[in-house]
Ligand binder design. Structure first.
Ligand SMILES: Cc1cc2nc3c(=O)[nH]c(=O)nc-3n(C[C@H](O)[C@H](O)[C@H](O)COP(=O)(O)OP(=O)(O)OC[C@H]3O[C@@H](n4cnc5c(N)ncnc54)[C@H](O)[C@@H]3O)c2cc1C
Length: 441
């Protein structure tokens, strides 16, 4: 029997949720239901799994159990990049196995983008939910410029389209004089993450049922399947998909394999778009790992800037408002650095959220016990990776030996992390060092 010792506790709402009308959550689970598949967690992984199951077999009865309200977890707290190309510029020996790894990642990411864009077409979603506008990688130092050039060479090798921009070119896009170069990659799809995941949730139809405010307290094997318990109900399911990311560990699973790192974002109040030159909608990730993500969004009441940076390690899977405030001070500095002509524009919303990483950056995927499937460990890129993992988990549940299942099944196993307290000390020191190396980026 697996019993939860901890449940998700979200700090302040993200801007994405705060800017939407309040959600009327679905009814919590009450009483007993019997289904073919129970999914634990309604983030990118869980809801993508539900969507894929309903495509594979529309008669399958599926219950999705979500501890909180859709979009209030990490899936509705991110920066909204569904990237199609790996983030990191690998070392100069990029080639051979690195190229194979990059191609494998690209396959996963594009599968995730396919789910999002197919749904957008099917349901007629507008740019308020999804925008296939691509992304920029931006540099503000010689080191960053060198990364951009090296990465562009690698994209060339992979035959992936891209465009290098000099300081003037990236200034024309962003209105910021700080950036020294940029790289445009057209394949990334941007979402308003809370609006997107709500729309995915609301597209699901009988016999797929979503139960919000229904934290799973335990699950237990029984003849022919599993019994899954919440505080007010029980689901009897032939199979379970664990799509609760880092909280899989709260059931005692994957001990010593998940690293709980939080990252933070701030969203400005709206400002008069005439105050900042450049395009009114763009999205940029930093050239150097651990740098700052920036997004500009246009809106009827003015434009807003999102800043995402800072990382912190929390073994207990919780942060408090002090952590959010401290990251916010860093965001204010990054904002002032990049947009001096927006002096006086304040940050309206600030928030943080969890990511579950593994030591060797591999997902935790597959049938870990008969009838118990995992699609966990987003490794910080859940919009792409967890979506793809959810799709693959659904395919594995129905016994489909798809290329995607094969890709996920061929990942190495997650490596064991050092024991505590060495893990906490090491993780904190390592994050600080990497942030220091990223400098102003
Ligand atoms: C500020 C920030 C910016 C980010 N930016 C990006 C980005 O631009 N692009 C990107 O790809 N990634 C980004 N990420 C990471 C991304 O948000 C995560 O990787 C992603 O949300 C993981 O999705 P998931 O479905 O695996 O897990 P989650 O989103 O964590 O969903 C798991 C769900 O399980 C539920 N749950 C947990 N325990 C239980 C239980 N016992 N019973 C029932 N339900 C339970 C939780 O409430 C939650 O809703 C960012 C993260 C943050 C915090």
């Amino acid at each position: 029997m697996y019993v939860a010792t901890k449940f998700p506790k979200n700090s302040s709402f993200s801007a994405w949720v705060a800017m939407l009308p309040a959600r009327i959550p679905t009814l919590p689970l009450e009483g007993a239901v019997t289904v073919d598949v129970a999914i634990i967690g309604a983030g990118f992984a869980g809801l993508s799994a539900a969507r894929r199951l309903s495509q594979l077999d529309p008669t399958l009865r599926v219950a999705i159990l979500e501890a909180g309200v859709v979009a209030e977890g990490a899936t509705g707290r991110n920066s909204g990049f569904i990237i199609d190309l790996p983030h990191e510029v690998s070392s100069e020996d990029f080639g051979g196995s690195s190229t194979d790894r990059a191609k494998r990642d690209i396959t996963l990411y594009r599968t995730a983008i396919g789910l999002a864009t197919d749904m957008a077409q099917e349901y007629g979603w507008g740019h308020d939910i999804i925008d296939p506008c691509g992304r920029y990688s931006v540099a503000i130092s010689e080191k960053g410029d060198a990364h951009i050039k090296a990465y562009a060479r690698q994209l060339q090798g992979l035959n992936e389209s891209h465009e290098i921009l000099d300081a003037r070119g990236i200034h024309e896009v962003t209105g910021s004089q700080l950036y020294t170069s940029g790289l445009y990659m057209p394949g990334t799809v941007m979402v308003q993450p809370a609006a997107y995941i709500r729309a995915v949730a609301d597209s699901l139809r009988n016999p797929v049922t979503l139960y919000e405010h229904s934290a799973v307290r335990s699950f237990d094997r029984q003849p022919g399947g599993w019994s899954v318990k919440t505080s007010k109900g029980t689901v009897t399911a032939k199979r379970i998909i664990l799509a609760n990311n880092g909280h899989a560990q709260s059931f005692g699973l994957f001990p010593g394999q998940l690293l709980h790192v939080f990252t933070y974002a701030s969203m400005s109040e709206p400002f008069d778009p005439r105050r900042l030159n450049g395009k009114r909608d763009w999205a940029a990730t930093p050239a150097l790992p651990m740098g700052t993500t920036v997004r500009r969004l246009s809106g009827a009441e003015g434009d807003r800037i999102l800043i995402r940076s800072r990382y912190s390690y929390h073994a207990g899977l919780e942060i408090n408002e002090g952590h959010v405030r401290s990251a916010g001070r860093v965001h204010d500095g990054k904002f002032a650095d990049r947009f001096p002509n927006l002096t006086g524009v304040k940050m309206q919303y600030r928030w943080g959220g969890p990511m579950a990483l593994t030591w060797n950056s591999v997902p935790i995927f597959g049938e870990i016990e008969p009838g118990l499937f995992a699609a966990c460990a987003c490794n910080g890129l859940g919009a792409s990776k967890s979506t793809a993992a959810g799709i693959a988990a659904a395919e594995a549940v129905v016994g489909l030996k798809s290329p995607l299942v094969e890709v996920f099944s061929n990942y190495d196993s997650p490596k064991n992390l050092p024991p505590q307290p060495f893990l906490s000390i090491g993780a904190k020191a390592d994050l600080r060092l990497r942030e220091w190396r990223a400098g102003r980026e």
